[in-house]
Design a protein around this ligand. Structure first.
Ligand SMILES: [Zn+2]
Ligand SMILES: [Zn+2]
Length: 275
């Protein structure tokens, strides 16, 4: 079968790529040496890919969310379904998941109660991952840390084993105000899509401003766009084999409906691709 690899996405949408600025002290790229990943490098890595067998996203909730957080999670499910063109099914909820003391801690200086992200990935999710899971994601209102040397992480994914975990602990409280709700929603969407894209073996992007940029702090996270850059969009479209124009317009409509100016990029990309 001659399959599509969508070179026109990078050709036509090239003008929408915004090269990354030099990292400032404390930014992700100031502290982590990363080379990025071109489209040919992505293919050469034999990525996890959506196919007839792996076609559903499953969720596991760990810990109890309040009513406002629940609205955020429901919208995040909706966004994930659009972004990964797949049904998103809640498989397990809070009280059924027990985390042993060895995988919990109080942060030694800050006092935040945290769960060990690798434990969630490999001991909670992996043994319970359905055979048709393209991705099995855990959401938690608890803070996460990734083990020795880490203060906290927003989320963590395994690039081969189709599992990821993300926390809404550092996303602000959505019940405070409309503005706080929108900020919490945008941060949660950002982390959810970023980690799920890692599950599809996308590495951090160093080429352009992009949903797949690494981030170290709230400032970096809040200035990162909800859209992929043209290179990372090509990886997603190839992975999911979606028709790009309709795909971009559905994402534009969601962002528009929730007041995110990321809608403009998706809209322009859809228009440019269609011409
Ligand atoms: Zn990442
Ligand atoms: Zn990118």
């Amino acid at each position: 079968m001659d399959e599509q690899d969508y070179p026109e996405i990078e050709d036509r949408l090239g003008p929408l790529g915004e090269p990354l600025e030099r990292p400032r002290p404390g930014d992700w790229l100031a502290e982590h040496r990363e080379k990025g990943q071109t489209f040919p490098q992505y293919l050469a890595g034999n990525p996890v890919r959506r196919d007839a067998k792996l076609n559903t996203i499953y969720l596991c909730e760990i810990g109890e969310c309040d009513a406002a957080q629940r609205v955020v999670l429901d919208l995040t499910r909706e966004f994930l379904a659009l972004y990964f063109d797949a049904p998103v099914i809640v498989r397990r909820t809070g009280p059924t998941v027990a985390i042993p003391n060895a995988a919990k801690r109080k942060h030694p200086e800050w006092g935040d109660r945290q769960l060990l992200a690798p434990y969630v990935l490999h001991d909670v999710l992996e043994p319970d991952r359905p055979g048709d899971a393209l991705a099995y994601l855990a959401f938690t209102p608890r803070d996460l840390w990734a083990g020795d040397g880490w203060n906290f992480v927003y989320g963590q994914a395994d690039l081969r084993r189709r599992v990821a975990v993300l926390s809404i602990y550092r996303n602000g409280h959505p019940a405070k105000s409309d503005e706080a709700f929108r900020l919490c929603l945008r941060r949660t969407l950002m982390t959810a899509v970023h980690e799920t894209a890692h599950v599809l073996t996308l590495l951090h992007c160093t080429a352009n401003r992009c949903l797949m940029n690494g981030c170290n702090n709230a400032d970096e996270r809040d200035t990162r766009p909800l859209n992929p850059c043209p290179v990372c969009l090509r990886k997603l479209v190839w992975n999911l084999q979606v028709e790009p124009v309709g795909y971009l317009r559905r994402l534009a409509a969601f962002c528009e409906a929730h007041g995110f100016n990321d809608a403009a990029w998706f809209g322009r990309a859809g228009d440019l691709h269609e011409v």
